[in-house]
Design a protein around this ligand. Structure first.
Ligand code: PMP
Length: 424
């Protein structure tokens, strides 16, 4: 339940809200905890050309084969327009689901298209899974920190999110066991563990191979469903995907994938690979949300995967992100060697601990004035307060030169902030 609902009576809330919005009294309680994510609210600032944005996680799609896609789309409309522009299946088109099976193969997953539900980005899968499972006050376990977009969805369903500690090797199994015991002692239902095992957003780390079966086993024993969110799995710099938790217990894991980072986010195509019976419920939720996911987008992505060397494209993305990942490491070593940060081996992000006493949220205005943007660590905790001692830096979008300049500006900002607070 939102803080606002705790603090105010309904009458007080309505009186305050109605002054600003005549429809306020009609909004459902669950919407009152919704707020714009700290990442989204930065969008207008970071789009200013003088600001180097190490904030948003926009994939770098400059290398896409646009001529090829233009021709593919034109051909699709001309030859198959009546099919690809029609309503489709609530589960997703079969050719799309078959191709998704191919895309998951490098992860070691052998899937049946029958267990796949195509969604509007994996973001919508998170929404539908929450809708299916979460009653207000139910517990969702998530890493500390966790993906801001998932936390926003969980908040919309009034979940009680409990963060579980991570270290450089990802989620700590003992801490997971402890948290499960704590929540059970409170008599609260735990609906699922939400985890990003590969190239974590925002942490940048991977769950170690050793811990994967341990986490799966704990959840199996405790009857906790795992939601394994894996949009970055194919984007390891060295190219070797880790063991998917899904392979360790297919009936205990909902695996989420997405074409947003490995192809293009504009298609808005993601998917959930589900335990058998769970699939049917997710299809019903998908149908009630959108009738069917984008038919045109699915045929376009499926044709791209069939006709183009998509894995080569993924390899090219890896090289781009590798160079940028290296650039941010070098810049941090050069300008902020006294700080600690994670050293990602893939994905888009690094998680940087600020010097003692500095608050990431308070420092942001100064950073933007100095021409650099980041996301405060507070965005990645359900309470919106924890995490002020960290920032997330994204290295996916700016060029290596801009990354270097951005980190230089960040170092300058930290120096000024220290002086101002008497920490220097
Ligand atoms: N999960 C994680 C961890 C993400 O970082 C993102 C996008 N930033 C998503 C899910 C949602 O991606 P999409 O809806 O584009 O598939």
């Amino acid at each position: 339940m939102s803080e606002q609902t705790h603090l105010n009576t309904t009458e007080e809330r309505v009186a305050a809200g109605a002054a600003a919005d005549p429809w306020y009294s009609l909004y459902a309680d669950r919407t009152l905890g919704m707020k714009q994510s700290e990442v989204r609210s930065l969008f207008s600032v970071v789009n200013r050309p003088e600001v180097v944005s190490l904030a948003g996680g926009m994939p770098n799609i400059a290398g896409l084969p646009l001529d090829f896609l233009a021709e593919l789309h034109a051909r699709m409309v001309r030859d198959r327009g009546a099919k690809v522009l029609q309503y489709g299946s609530g589960q997703g088109e079969l050719p799309m689901r078959e191709m998704i099976c191919d895309v998951m193969r490098p992860d070691g997953i052998e899937a049946d298209p029958e267990n796949i539900v195509v969604t509007t980005g994996s973001q919508q899968a998170l929404d539908l899974i929450s809708q299916i499972l979460v009653n207000p006050g139910d517990v969702i376990l998530a890493e500390a920190p966790s993906y801001v977009g998932a936390l926003g969805t969980f908040r919309a369903y009034e979940a009680d999110v409990r963060h579980v500690e991570m270290d450089r090797d990802g989620l700590v199994p003992e801490k997971l066991e402890e948290m499960i015991a704590t929540v059970r002692a409170e008599g609260k239902p735990i609906k699922f563990l939400y985890t990003i095992p590969n190239f974590h957003n925002p942490g940048g780390m991977c769950l170690s191979e050793e811990r994967r079966p341990q986490i799966v086993e704990i959840c199996r024993r405790e009857h906790v469903l795992i939601v394994e969110d894996n949009p970055y799995g194919l984007l390891g710099f060295d190219g070797d995907p880790a063991t998917a938790m899904r392979t360790l217990n297919p009936e205990g894991v909902v695996y989420l994938g997405s074409f947003s980072k490995t192809f293009a986010p504009g298609y808005r195509i993601g998917w959930a690979l589900c335990p058998t019976e769970f699939t049917r419920r997710l299809v019903l939720a998908n149908e009630s949300a959108t009738l069917c996911p984008t038919t045109f987008g699915q045929f376009a992505v499926a044709s791209y995967l069939q006709e183009y060397d998509w894995y080569q494209q993924v390899k090219e993305y890896r090289e781009v992100y590798h160079a940028r990942g290296q650039a941010i490491q070098e810049a941090l070593e050069e300008y902020l060697p006294e700080l600690e940060w994670t050293k990602p081996t893939g994905g888009f992000y690094t998680w940087v601990k600020l010097p003692e006493g500095i608050n990431a949220k308070d420092m942001l205005e100064r950073a933007v004035a100095n021409g650099v943007a980041y996301v405060s660590g507070t965005a990645f905790y359900a309470d919106g307060k924890t995490g002020a001692d960290h920032v997330r830096l994204s290295f996916c979008y700016p060029t290596p030169e801009d990354i270097k300049e951005g980190v230089r500006r960040l170092a300058k900002t930290i120096g000024e902030e220290k002086e101002l607070l008497g920490l220097a």
